[in-house]
Design a protein around this ligand. Structure first.
Ligand code: ATP
Ligand code: FE
Ligand code: MG
Length: 346
């Protein structure tokens, strides 16, 4: 089957066309129109600007995706879009557009949970379907560890009780005067810093459960900036590398240790990592190293499938479509769509 999916939950408009069966999938096209430059001058995403730009970007992007896949809209078997979580006004644009295409072509519509997309992204373009694994999802709004048994069967083992890891990156970057989005900037700046320069807290590491907390780490960085610069309260350029490297190391230590703990407590041999923060090279290296030491197989997708994209939405939609599922045309968006919506499905 061939699926066209739209992702518009935040500040990227994305369209993908994916073809496949229960085992093997192939990305025929995956287009992204980023609004990062538009939002950067505001230091974060402005919802009104985001929805207007989704409206402008969508039509040409659909044409581009179809041309890239060498298909007409009538070759598509079902249309899918992200239902949430995300910004209501942004979600509504993509969700409504996908419904309209489904109605116009008399094909099914599928309403998809963005987090299930991130969760399963390591299996896109694979040839064995979704395999049992311990999944670390680290995105801008979520940090969680799940036991994924098969498609549609997920058990939440732990999650952040306050800030998500990506959110902590973005907030710390802002405190350091680095541009939005903060994750890639901190990674770049950390490269020349000493990760042991400051001993920032590794929150909840000793607690023995699999929940996360990153707000204490964020506050610790803030205090350190003030201690170093009592007059201005602002970090100097030469202080940035050590602060970034030490912050990043604290995040990585917690993410890696908890994921390995979860995997050891399960009988699974496979670990996956997904979401925007899994683009981070230092995190990838540390997770790969830990997995090798503890004999776990690690699957991470390529970086362009780790941040928001439509191929992951198309992948979930294809899995559902092949199992005979579809959504009603009055299916609504849900800006707070809970993870439970997918965790409790089976
Ligand atoms: P969610 O999926 O939870 O709703 P989101 O869609 O905003 O949130 P993603 O697009 O998956 O999240 O990821 C964006 C996040 O990833 C941002 O917080 C960004 O700072 C972070 N990020 C991106 N690249 C890197 C990197 N190289 N290092 C660390 N963090 C990164
Ligand atoms: Fe996301
Ligand atoms: Mg994003």
């Amino acid at each position: 089957a061939t699926i066209l999916a739209i992702e518009s939950s935040c500040d990227e408009t994305a369209i993908a066309i994916l073809r496949g069966d229960l085992m093997r999938t192939e990305i025929l096209s995956s287009e992204i129109s980023s609004q990062i430059e538009i939002h950067r001058e505001h230091g974060g995403v402005v919802p009104e600007l985001a929805s207007r730009n989704h409206s402008l970007a969508l039509r040409p992007l659909v044409d581009k995706a179809l041309a890239e896949a060498k298909l007409s809209i009538h070759d598509i078997d079902a249309f899918a879009a992200t239902a949430g979580p995300g910004l209501a006004s942004s979600l509504l644009i993509g969700h409504t557009a996908a419904k309209a295409m489904a109605v116009a072509t008399k094909k099914p519509f599928l309403s998809i949970n963005h987090m299930e997309g991130h969760l399963l992204s390591p299996f896109i373009a694979g040839d064995r379907g979704v395999l049992p694994n311990i999944s670390l999802v680290v995105s801008g709004g979520h940090t969680m560890i799940l036991h994924t048994q098969e498609f549609g069967s997920y058990q939440l083992l732990g999650k952040s009780t306050d800030d998500a890891a990506g959110e902590a990156y973005d907030k710390v970057a802002k405190m350091l005067g680095l541009p939005y989005p903060g994750g890639p900037e901190i990674e770049k700046t950390a490269k020349t810093g000493n990760p042991d320069a400051y001993n920032f807290p590794r929150s909840m590491l000793k607690k023995g459960n699999l929940d996360f907390s990153f707000s204490g780490l964020k506050t610790a960085v803030l205090y350190t900036i003030s201690e170093l610069n009592p007059e201005t309260g602002r970090a100097l350029p030469e202080q940035l590398p050590d602060l970034c490297a030490s912050f990043q190391q604290a995040v990585i230590d917690v993410l890696v240790k908890k994921t390995i703990q979860a995997a050891q407590a399960s009988k699974l041999t496979r670990i996956t990592m997904s979401g925007g923060v899994s683009c981070n090279g230092a995190l990838r290296d540390a997770m790969l190293d830990a997995c090798q030491r503890h004999s776990f197989q690690l699957d991470i997708c390529s970086k362009h499938l780790s941040t928001d994209n439509a191929a992951m939405i198309a992948y979930v939609a294809l899995q559902k479509f092949l199992r005979g599922e579809q959504s009603k045309l009055d299916a609504d968006i849900d800006p707070n769509l809970p993870l439970n919506a997918l965790v409790l499905r089976k």
